[in-house]
Write a protein that binds this ligand. Sequence first.
Ligand SMILES: C[S@@+](CC[C@H](N)C(=O)[O-])C[C@H]1O[C@@H](n2cnc3c(N)ncnc32)[C@H](O)[C@@H]1O
Length: 395
Amino acid sequence: MSGRLPSHNQLVLPLLEVCNEAGGRIHAQDAYAAIEEKLSLTPAALEMTVRGGGNTTVSKFHHRVRWARHHAVESGLLQSSSRGVWELTAAAEDKLCRNQTGIVFTIWETELGQVLWGTAEQAAAVIEPGSIDLVYTSPPYPLLQPKEYGNLNSSDWLKWMGDLAEQWSGLLADTGSLVVNIGSISVAGKPFKDPYVARFEIDLIDRLGLHLVDEHFWHNPAKLPGPVQWVSVKKKRLKNSVEHLLWFAKSEDFKSNNDNVREAESPHTTRFRKNALESGKGLGRRPGGSVAGKGFLTSNGTSIPSVLQVQAHEGPHSAYRRACKEHDIRPHPAISPLALPDRFIRLTTEPGDLVYDPMAGSLATCYAAELLKRRWIGSELSAHYIAGGTLRFGS
Ligand SMILES: C[S@@+](CC[C@H](N)C(=O)[O-])C[C@H]1O[C@@H](n2cnc3c(N)ncnc32)[C@H](O)[C@@H]1O
């Protein structure tokens, strides 16, 4: 039993929980009773009063619950559906579906892989050190406006992600790679880019001793113009439609084969090669000192670009979104196109190797690994996202 009355901040989560337990909506009077019981409040705590309007006194506990409700409404977690009835919003349902138990559960598996429900921090503790060939992930990147799954400012993000990268590095085999997909952000209120990506790279190199193999880019031409203030309103900057794919290796002996990710050569390059071969221009000594012979310009019709040109996320008609709709599950708000993990899985692993996505979201990396016959592990905080992701795998 508790003789202390919780503060209104401490009452927000119990309030959301009792609302959830009542099926998503609850009458105020029932909410008071359910919270009283949930928190085992003593009669003494419940008898405390505060002054109300006029000369009246009201229950201090009810007063605090109403403040908690006010706070939850302001944070977008509760809404009033009718007078005296409080209802969870979709964002609150998602928050309640996050694993806050401190325990990692294996909640679903295939012959090749398993999904762990829990935080990346806790999941790292249950994975065998040195067993992973590729850690591929798209963490929530820092944003000044929090998204529904919670983003931090860039300095807190760097500390968080630096600690996680240290755990991931310990999980990697000596021949393993870590690939992190992140986007750019701007300095708040300024027309400048936040250099957090460079800081992150340098931290992993200097502090963790990882090797930066390369920076690849995902060009998404369909991205909306942003940052809006500096691109569309003040017209100073150009649209940012590129995300980073930072590729680190644990040692010089990292596993990789670029033949596995060759793409068809562009008609422009084929024409250029043909013209150069016919005219002999471009052969001989190059500005860097190397000598280009005819072999330099012959081609097998493929190329190995470091910029991935992939149109937006899986569109409204994709199998994943259709399946979510059929099962009445909200799709993940930040899905990676399968082509991104697919490229790095092909490049740095072989069938049977083990791929891990610590922040697996809609299980895009896990699904790409499954299709490529790699073993895989995905960990994710939100049960909603896992539920949607499992639909990718069919029945
Ligand atoms: C950008 S999304 C990943 C999207 C994923 N690549 C996909 O294609 O669906 C980031 C994910 O990290 C999850 N997340 C945030 N913090 C986490 C943590 N500490 N541990 C595990 N997952 C976390 C979020 O719930 C979110 O689904």
